[in-house]
Design a binder for this molecule. Sequence first.
Ligand code: FE
Length: 211
Amino acid sequence: MPFIRTAVSSDVPRCSKLLEILFSQEHEFTVDAEAQTKALAIITGNPELGCIFVVEINGIIEGMVMLLFTVSTFLGKKVALLEDMVVAPEWRGKGFGSKLINHAIKFAESEGFGRITLLTDRDNETAQRFYKSKGFSQSEMVVFRKMLDLKQPLKQMTMNAWMCSECGYVYDPAEGDIDNNIKAGTPFERVTDEWACPVCFAEKTTFELLS
Ligand code: FE
């Protein structure tokens, strides 16, 4: 029987594996097993910082979600950041993500938290629909940040332009390729493999990164 529990330090290696899956899907993050392991150990070792809920199926952790604790001066209450929601690919679509998030929400409510905030990729409509179905709504606020550790750069994927090596056409992710149903803001890496150069019809694989 699948069940949800709070992760402990011995769960860190498996949770780190799940984060690898998550970060390989998100636009802005790259996988760094050492950093992930370190962070998970900090959280499981310091329960006042937050908690990680895991779903265990047949004795193996197949999904996780994290709440990190902070305080809102506006609400005068503890609030939480929801992070790192992931279910192993072979267990998706079976309601485990839903159970995990319900569990996290119930926990936050019972602990007197005033709000849960989360970030998700702008173009990940599936995730956005999922969070909306759980009562989250999109904020009007904009995310700003300053990277203080340059050894951990954000994945530079979104704004890279790529050039067709056959004809010199440049794919600009800011513009996309509207005529061929590629929305403005689509990183080249997210353009479908069936897409071809709109000028000379060369395959996507003939494109080269413009540095
Ligand atoms: Fe071309």
